[in-house]
Design a binder for this molecule. Structure first.
Ligand SMILES: Nc1ncnc2c1ncn2[C@@H]1O[C@H](COP(=O)(O)OP(=O)(O)OP(=O)(O)O)[C@@H](O)[C@H]1O
Ligand SMILES: [Mg+2]
Length: 321
């Protein structure tokens, strides 16, 4: 199924200025993250709240400018490219946002929201073509084309997220960055929306970065997973490998925290996740060291780089495994 590398992200650094207790700080939201996505592949990005997943996704679609690093789409530079080729690439790499309520303009009819990227890029040649594309896209996401004339407040949460997905697939993209697309939804509709995304992936031959804090959800839909901790990728491997044999101590804690359907298999209290980290007090060495059961002196002074581990393309950033 998976083919050539379609998206290559290298050494991305993103910092923001922040204020705390009257002082100005720069927080490093993404701290040298690298990943690659193959054609037709779903790559999961997992990590706890605040580790930089959304910022990395927004950087890839061009909503945030990185301080440094490179992003290549089919080999072409997406950061320094001239504006016309960049506009074309932007239509090919699209994002589904976590909160459909915040990402839809309440005063804009659904059809206009769905057509927005096409309108901005001059994609539609006639009004008839535009209307037909809106109707076909709404149908593709399981909504009645008559929804085009409705407004977000008339829709349920699940329907709004379907509109969020419709916005991302018109005009036809190659890559979808899905930022926790189901976590704001009622559990009863989460599976439906996930199934829709997987159907669309097959029909439209999409590649996908699927961001989630839930390794259980990632396990259902992605073939590889990148585990992110304080702005860096700490383990990157086939999802099955990560779930069966997590290597990085942080990945092990995440895997142990997945709720198990069978209570006798639950690893109760085996690994304590501990306090989440603060970007204001980033440790000097490995960012995970203060919480890590394996940490040695070296971990507190030297940042571990990603290195190969094992035969199936797994990489890991840890001094001690
Ligand atoms: N525009 C911004 N200005 C200042 N700080 C920001 C901005 N966007 C993100 N941050 C900070 O960057 C860090 C990473 O945030 P980000 O939203 O990328 O994390 P996340 O992994 O998506 O978290 P969550 O799981 O809660 O969505 C956080 O500390 C956040 O407060
Ligand atoms: Mg987020």
């Amino acid at each position: 199924m998976s083919g050539d590398v379609i998206l290559d992200v290298r050494d991305i650094m993103v910092s923001f200025s922040a204020r705390r207790a009257g002082r100005k700080y720069r927080v490093q939201a993404v701290d040298g993250a690298s990943l690659s996505l193959a054609e037709g592949e779903v790559l999961g990005i997992v990590g706890e709240s605040g580790c930089g997943k959304t910022t990395l996704g927004r950087t890839i679609v061009g909503l945030v400018r990185p301080d440094s690093g490179t992003i290549r789409f089919n080999g072409a530079d997406m950061i320094g490219a001239g504006s016309s080729s960049l506009r074309e690439m932007r239509l090919k790499v699209r994002m589904v946002f976590q909160d459909p309520n915040a990402s839809l303009n309440p005063r804009r009819a659904i059809g206009d929201s769905v057509a927005e990227a096409g309108d901005i890029s001059g994609f539609f040649k006639t009004r008839a073509e535009r209307s037909a594309a809106i109707a076909a896209t709404l149908t593709a996401v399981g909504l009645n084309p008559a929804f085009a004339d409705r407004y977000p407040y008339e829709l349920s949460g699940g329907q709004r997220q379907r509109v969020g997905i419709a916005r991302a697939i018109l005009p036809t993209p190659s890559i979808i960055i899905a930022d926790e697309p189901v976590s704001a939804l009622d559990v009863s509709v989460q599976a439906q929306v996930l199934n829709l995304m997987m159907d669309l992936r097959d029909q439209l031959r999409l590649s996908m970065l699927f961001i989630s804090h839930d390794l259980g959800v990632i396990g259902q839909i992605s073939s590889r997973v990148a585990v992110m901790y304080m702005g860096r990728i700490v383990e990157h491997a086939r999802t099955r490998t990560v779930l069966d044999q997590p290597l990085h101590p942080y990945t092990r804690a995440l895997v142990a925290a997945i709720p198990k359907p069978d209570p006798s298999k639950r690893i109760l209290g085996a690994i304590e996740m501990g306090e989440p980290p603060s970007l204001f007090t980033r440790p000097r060495g490995c960012a995970y060291a203060p919480r890590c059961p394996l940490a040695s002196d070296r971990c507190f002074v030297e940042v571990p780089n990603l290195r190969s581990a094992g035969t199936d393309g797994r990489t890991i950033a840890c001094h001690n495994v």
